[in-house]
Design a protein around this ligand. Structure first.
Ligand code: HEM
Length: 357
């Protein structure tokens, strides 16, 4: 069967695609940052439980207070890229979502359960004892499962050649397991998430816990250790991921396309610089470089999507009927929303510690 016949027509855009693409690439790394902070903080809290000493006990208690907020940020910052993904790639994304509908719908209860467990971990911290370890392990298992579901959908939407399997398995239970890019891509996402999350935990400890230098030092040491060693692993794993990409996509990064090649070189240099900053325990520098690296990686990931879809679809072929008012309304609402969030964060930061707890 010709896979192109299975692809529905793309929806008409109300503004040139570059607008939505820019907004997608601006907002998606924010979701990644929050998701990484969430996964890595769970791992750091878990490691802190296993290490001896009062500073590590206090560290896990402090991290417990941040975790429910990180779930909220991950979910809310996922909504914006979801909107733009639907606008640009809705016809592909909806199709792959339907093929794996059962797993996709499971994301909602899974995230709710993880959220509830993290509130339990925070509010009942002192009573939980070793039960805290079980909670954190369960949450970590749930979050990496959600990540796996996402990676399945993101790889399946760009591989229409496999969609015909639906005729043999129409129950919404298809996964993309035979795709050679799935496992390396998923591991790239998860190892990277846990690494960046370790860095976030170190940053949190160095800023928010500076009144308690022993706990702050324990947090920085543990978080930066997780960050540096996992980043080293990520460098090797990234090579595997690149090697599994379709040859025509690989070629884009190897000189076939100037922008893609520049992104690849910038990504490699930034990754090395980040690694050096990590092993030297330079928290602020590592954080600044990591944000840049994350944006470069998100752009590279988008190149993989565009390159993989090239035989079937390209954004510049989508019809446009210009209608600016929805986009303007969105941008105004976004600006107001960001201003309110900034105001809330300033209020929380200036709030006395007793009130915050
Ligand atoms: C809380 C648990 C979550 C985890 C662990 C998680 C993890 C991930 C991962 C690993 C990816 C990248 C997959 C890949 O490209 O291989 C991803 C992409 C994405 N996530 Fe999340 N996610 C979570 C929740 C959410 C929620 C609740 C939303 C929506 C409200 C969301 C929206 C998105 C979108 C739209 C993308 C793809 C964006 C694009 O392809 O440009 N995520 N997520």
């Amino acid at each position: 069967m010709n896979p192109a016949t299975l692809i529905p027509a793309a929806d008409t855009l109300t503004a040139p695609w570059g607008w939505f693409q820019s907004l997608l690439l601006l907002t998606f790394p924010l979701h990644l940052l929050a998701m990484n902070a969430l996964l890595g903080t769970v791992l750091t809290a878990l490691a802190a439980h296993l290490l001896p000493g009062a500073p590590y006990r206090r560290l896990s208690h402090e991290l417990a207070k941040a975790l429910p907020f990180l779930v909220a940020f991950t979910v809310n910052l996922g909504v914006a890229p979801l909107l733009f993904l639907n606008v640009l790639y809705g016809h592909l994304f909806y199709t792959s979502t339907i093929l794996m509908g059962l797993f996709w719908l499971a994301v909602i209860p899974l995230v709710i359960i993880a959220y509830y467990l993290l509130y339990l971990y925070d509010f009942k911290f002192r009573q939980l004892g070793n039960g805290a370890l079980c909670i954190l392990l369960l949450v970590l298992a749930i979050l990496v499962t959600v990540g796996f579901i996402f990676s399945n959908n993101m790889t399946m939407m760009i591989a229409p050649a496999g969609w015909g399997r639906w005729f043999a398995t129409p129950g919404g239970t298809l996964l993309n397991l035979s795709d050679p890019t799935l496992l390396p891509r998923y591991l790239h996402m998860m190892i990277g998430a846990l690494a960046v999350g370790g860095l976030w935990a170190a940053l949190y400890a160095s800023i928010a816990l500076k009144d308690d230098p022993e706990t702050a030092t324990a947090g920085v040491r543990l978080g930066m250790g997780i960050f540096s060693w996992l980043s080293l692993l990520e460098l090797v794993e990234g090579g595997w991921f690149l090697a599994t990409l379709p040859p025509e996509v690989q070629r884009l990064f190897m000189g076939g396309n100037a922008t893609a090649t520049a992104l690849f070189v910038a990504g490699l240099l930034l990754a090395l610089a980040t690694l050096v900053a990590g092993f030297r325990q330079r928290v602020g520098l590592a954080a600044g470089l990591t944000v840049m690296l994350l944006y470069v990686m998100a752009f590279m990931r988008d190149t993989v999507r565009t390159g993989s879809l090239a035989p079937y679809f390209s954004l510049d072929k989508v019809p446009v009927t210009t209608q600016w008012s929805p986009l303007v309304l969105f941008l105004v609402t976004l600006g107001l929303g960001l201003a309110v969030i900034a105001w809330m964060l300033v209020k929380v930061a200036h709030c006395p510690k007793e009130v915050r707890e």
